[in-house]
Design a protein around this ligand. Structure first.
Ligand code: ADP
Ligand code: ADP
Length: 210
């Protein structure tokens, strides 16, 4: 199964992707996670991405496309993958399409997780994560257990200002890629409002066609 997950920042892509990859036994490839790891490790890639990410702006396409093409060429992605956070621009979508076509492959599903803008800021500013496991929490909607609460961290781009910039970027640069996939008939839209378990049930239904 080759699928991509599209949705505004804070829609719940990471939360849901973690559940889906277990079910389908495919790697969860999150460009945001890859860039954050590169920044933390101080690699040349991290140095290129750092300032863009901090301000809630996209990392340039040529950097991002190279990173993803290399990742999906690795052994564990040969049987499928779940791309989360990529493609985010039309040139990224076109580059993915070209690379897959050249290998005689195609995407199976594009999941579009829909959450209205007015819910996004609360989800983002309350987001926390466990640096040891990567588990995603929310101060109100999914609080970490007491044994973990002392060590959770907040992303530095999860401020209201950076969130609003990412949301604007989603509407201007990412939403326009959906028609590109609609033309291929592989888009499944899922309502992302409600408890995470309800959203998982909707996604499963959308994927199985039931
Ligand atoms: P969110 O979970 O809020 O949607 P991500 O973790 O996916 O955010 O991305 C965090 C940041 O990493 C983005 O604001 C951007 O700077 C960078 N980034 C991630 N994916 C891409 C991409 N496909 N193209 C360009 N920049 C990206
Ligand atoms: P994305 O990867 O799309 O940026 P995340 O999965 O990181 O989104 O979720 C953003 C925040 O919203 C996290 O704090 C997460 O715990 C919370 N969250 C995820 N799904 C839901 C949901 N269905 N209802 C309420 N909060 C949610």
């Amino acid at each position: 199964m080759r699928m991509i997950f599209i949705g505004p920042p804070g829609a719940g892509k990471g939360t849901q992707a973690a559940r889906l990859v277990e079910r389908y036994a495919i790697p969860h490839i999150s460009t945001g996670d890859m860039f954050r790891a590169a920044v933390a490790a101080g690699t040349p890639l991290g140095k290129q991405a750092d300032a863009h990410m901090r301000d809630g702006r996209l990392v340039p396409d040529e950097v991002t496309i190279g990173l993803v093409m290399e990742r999906i060429g690795q052994d564990d992605a040969q049987g499928g993958f779940m791309l989360d956070g990529f493609p985010r621009t039309v040139p990224q979508a076109e580059a993915l399409d070209r690379a897959l076509s050249a290998a005689g492959l195609q995407l199976d599903v594009v999941l579009v997780l829909e959450v209205p803008d007015d819910l996004i800021v609360d989800r983002i500013t309350g987001r926390r994560s466990d640096p040891e496991t990567g588990e995603i929490y929310h101060v109100t909607f999914n609080p970490p257990p007491p044994s973990i609460a002392g060590r959770v961290i907040q992303r530095r781009d999860d401020t209201e200002e950076a969130c609003r910039r990412r949301l604007a970027g989603f509407h201007s640069q990412t939403a326009p890629i959906v028609p590109f996939y609609e033309a291929k008939g592989i888009v499944r839209r899922v309502d992302g409002v409600g408890a995470p378990d309800e959203v998982t049930t909707r996604i499963t239904a959308a994927l199985t066609g039931s």
